[in-house]
Design a protein around this ligand. Sequence first.
Ligand code: DGY
Length: 331
Amino acid sequence: MSKPRVFVTRVIPSAGLDRVLHACEADVWHGHLPPSHEILLEKASRCEGVLSLLTDKIDAALMDACPRLRVVSNYAVGFNNIDVDAATARGICVGNTPGVLTDATADIAFALLIAAARRVVEGHAYTLSGKWKTWEPMGHIGQDLQGKTLGIVGMGRIGYALAKRCVGGWGMKVLYNDLHRNDAAEDDLGAERVDLNRLLAESDFVSLHANLTDGTRGMFNAETFRKMKRTAVFVNTARGPLVDETALAEALHDGVIFAAGVDVTDPEPPHADNPLLKLHNCIIAPHIASATVHTRTAMSDIAADNLILGIEGKPLRHWVNPDVAAHRRKA
Ligand code: DGY
């Protein structure tokens, strides 16, 4: 019996990729850059499964060009690159990789938070530039962390993991804003659920962990930054389009807030003329939150499971649209 055809849009760790290669007739894209949308469409059109990345736009038009497509397995916890409603309407299963990147992502949020507050990257650039001539009693002054207030916007797994680090490490008080109450955050960490205005006004550190939806796009904008403390540090490890970057750049430039650390931009990578690139008080990491050996290996394992289970007509290990089960496409 011939093996099912799948398209894997980039090389991922062998833990998952080897199993995909074993179970399927897999076309793997070996480019350093993602396939163009045209190539993705052309390759996917012959396949029953696609193992995609967050850089691959899987929209309704692409799905319409793929009559045999039964599963899209995203190598990411986020799935804003996929039109899930369109997939569900067409009987296509969608999988993602939650849970395994919680700690790695919280670690990067933690790193950006302290590095922005204590001006670590700026200091590194200062050293490299040869400007460091002596110990400076009035230079490089940053923000304290001990006993400060952390505001978490979107108290899911990653928000909780960051809050746990900040409570444990610096005895921070935690405020959070979320549609839902997070019992563990309240019981374990003493976190208080508040409206966004109060969170912005009272937090010394604001860390964004919301999903990107039509409702959250641009949720951090000029007005939001104006409501924050002038000493506040803003962190984003979620998705770039949650933030109006022009407004963030102005807020940082004009001293409306103290500093920012982001792992995500809009677009990625940022254009060369993005004003954030010129600011000394903005740290920009190249979307590396999940980039650890253990995390990426675990993500590849789940993504392979989701792909293979989807093709076999079984429930996915992490299923974004389980409501498709009753009418999923068959081979
Ligand atoms: C995700 O998984 O959504 C991250 O942004 C990349 O690992």
